[in-house]
Design a protein around this ligand. Structure first.
Ligand code: MN
Length: 283
């Protein structure tokens, strides 16, 4: 059913990601927002951070600005403390979700609240449409218990951050690009299938174990991102070990973007304005 708009989505590109660091020396595996895959509209960046060595994350992400998009943090292990200049603060624990709409500007810090032991999670950047880039900042944070679990046949368990599956809806709401974000846990050999809107861009990222995606199946090893092509149905099968997969989808914006570090706008003039506003303390 290749290329059929209402069929199974096939793997379009595989992206292995690259090792980098950001903030004050935090080591990362950058899967979107690198040289090989600059963006997957509207997703601007995906980092997986995973280390048991405190030296890899202890510097954290001290005060820094954002404008023009949304940052999403999903924790798997460890604890991170968030604080921003709009008065929000929170402690992210395993299973916590933070969805921050930076809008016209925010300055925040994301700091580890541990010196050793496993720190593991994701940061995803989601673009805002041109008309919303200067919206007021908004902050949504959910404790692990507020992220509902959908139990599917065959022992498949889905933590639903955004979107709906099997009648279970994630807590994140009111996002312009209508995202789906799910943590899908499969037993060895387990199968997952779910329909997502045909117009959305979709990626699958196994972060434990390996999966095979689509039909005919393409092997996607742990730590590799598969961007999927046209269709509706997303399907994957775990390999010989249990697996966990980050599944994300959203409405592409199809607008020109200009990026400069933590600012993502539509024109060079808007980037210059962002730098000037930040330097003048207007965030
Ligand atoms: Mn940040």
């Amino acid at each position: 059913m290749l290329d059929q708009a209402n069929g199974t989505r096939q793997v379009q590109t595989l992206s292995r990601g690259e090792a980098t660091s950001d903030g004050a020396g935090v080591k990362l595996h950058r899967v979107i927002g690198n040289r090989a895959l600059g963006e997957l509209d509207p997703f601007l960046l995906l980092d997986e951070f995973r280390s048991e060595d405190g030296a890899d994350y202890i510097g954290g992400f001290p005060d820094h600005p954002h404008r023009g998009f949304e940052t999403v943090t999903y924790m798997l292990a460890g604890r991170m403390r968030h604080a921003d200049n709009k008065g929000h603060s929170g402690l992210l624990r395993p299973g916590s979700v933070q969805w921050m709409t930076a809008g016209r500007g925010i300055v925040h810090s994301e700091m580890p609240e541990q010196e050793e032991g496993l720190m593991w999670g994701f940061q995803l950047w989601v673009n805002l449409p041109a008309k919303d880039k200067m919206t007021a900042p908004r902050y949504q944070e959910f404790d692990p218990a507020d992220v509902p679990l959908a139990e599917l046949p065959g022992g498949v368990r889905v933590r639903v951050i955004a979107g709906t599956i099997a009648g279970v809806t994630g807590p994140v709401n009111g996002i312009a690009t209508m995202p789906t974000l799910m943590d899908v846990e499969l037993p060895a050999g387990g199968t997952f299938a779910h329909d997502l809107p045909a117009g959305h861009n979709v990626f699958v990222y196994p972060f434990e174990g390996d999966v095979s995606v689509g039909d005919p199946a393409v092997a996607v090893p742990r730590g590799t991102l598969a961007a999927l092509g046209p269709g509706t149905r997303v399907s994957f099968v775990a390999g010989s070990a249990p697996s966990r997969v980050l599944l994300a989808a959203a409405q592409p914006l199809d607008e020109q973007i200009v990026r400069y570090g933590p600012f993502v706008m539509n024109t060079p003039d808007q980037i210059r304005a962002a730098i000037a506003d930040f330097q003048a303390g207007r965030f």
